[in-house]
Ligand binder design. Structure first.
Ligand code: NAD
Length: 252
């Protein structure tokens, strides 16, 4: 049990990587707070965790709201007494398929920055404040993307994820004296709701994802469970001397 007795908040826990992580972390002994803007999806994740015998609650949280982030941490401490791991995972994809850089509107830019980067800033800030209040070690895991490392996968989206990567590295250095670790996972393209929202037929998507898979040396599609396994390592005490690491989960 790699997270026995630990309390974890996962943002975007209602779907994809967040849901897979909630299930895996709970299987590894964590008490999981499923924070999502979509209440029904979060409750469904809680149901799946409880079905496996785990402990979990759903909390409404829009990661762009400082009040929501702060009250999610308050609700966590009220329910479970403490916070050990903050997994800032919520994020949204480029809004329209094939959107070229110059066709992004200011509203597109603001929405991507607000959810993908400001959300991680707020989650990290309030987790650090809580960890310092508790005077206990803490671990923060962020979901970035390979699109934040290479020039592929969306221009403004990639910029938000590049921001998450730099924030991860810089806070890791600043928070290290307080035994607070900060790491990030960088998935490649996965067929989750983020992408299933793209209005193309399943056959087209299958072809598209097969093409993505073939771009990686291992030649397989990435799954939310692959990303959850990497996040679990960062969250666990096995990684007690690992901080500021940006880990691609992309098939090479
Ligand atoms: P998903 O769409 O399946 O899940 C995202 C979840 O985030 C949903 O439950 C949604 O309700 C929630 N969410 C959206 N906006 C929110 C907000 N403002 N506040 C709180 N919750 C919010 O997508 P996913 O693929 O599981 O994405 C998880 C993370 O992985 C994201 O950060 C995404 O950018 C990143 N990522 C995804 C891919 C991919 O191909 N799917 C690749 C690289 C990185």
């Amino acid at each position: 049990m790699q997270l026995e007795g630990k309390t974890v908040i996962i943002t975007g826990a209602g779907s994809g990587v967040g849901r897979a992580s909630a299930i895996l972390f709970a299987d590894e002994g964590a008490r999981v707070v499923c924070a999502d803007v979509n209440d029904e999806w979060a409750k469904e994740t809680v149901r799946l965790v409880e079905h496996n015998g785990g402990s979990s609650i759903a909390v409404h949280c829009d990661v762009t709201s400082e009040g929501d982030i702060s009250s999610t941490i308050d609700a966590t401490v009220a329910e479970y007494g403490r916070l050990d791991v903050m997994y800032n995972n919520a994020g949204v994809a480029t809004p329209r398929p094939g959107l070229r850089f110059e066709d992004h509107t200011v509203e597109d830019f603001d929405r991507l920055m607000s959810i993908n980067l400001k959300g991680v800033f707020l989650g990290t800030k309030h987790a650090v404040l809580q960890f310092k209040k508790q005077s206990t070690p803490g671990s923060i895991v962020n979901t970035a993307s390979v699109a934040g490392i290479v020039g592929w996968g969306g221009t403004v989206y990639g910029a938000t994820k590049g921001g998450v990567i730099q924030l991860t590295r810089a806070v890791a250095v600043e928070a290290a004296p307080f035994d607070i670790r900060v790491n990030a996972v960088c998935p490649a393209g996965m067929p989750t709701t983020n992408f299933m929202d793209i209005p193309t037929d399943t056959a087209t998507q299958t072809v598209a994802f097969d093409k993505v898979a073939q771009q990686h040396p291992l030649g397989r599609n990435i799954t939310p469970e692959d990303v959850a396994a990497a996040a679990l390592y960062f969250a666990s005490d096995s990684a007690r001397n690992v901080t500021g690491v940006i880990l691609p989960v992309d098939g090479g």
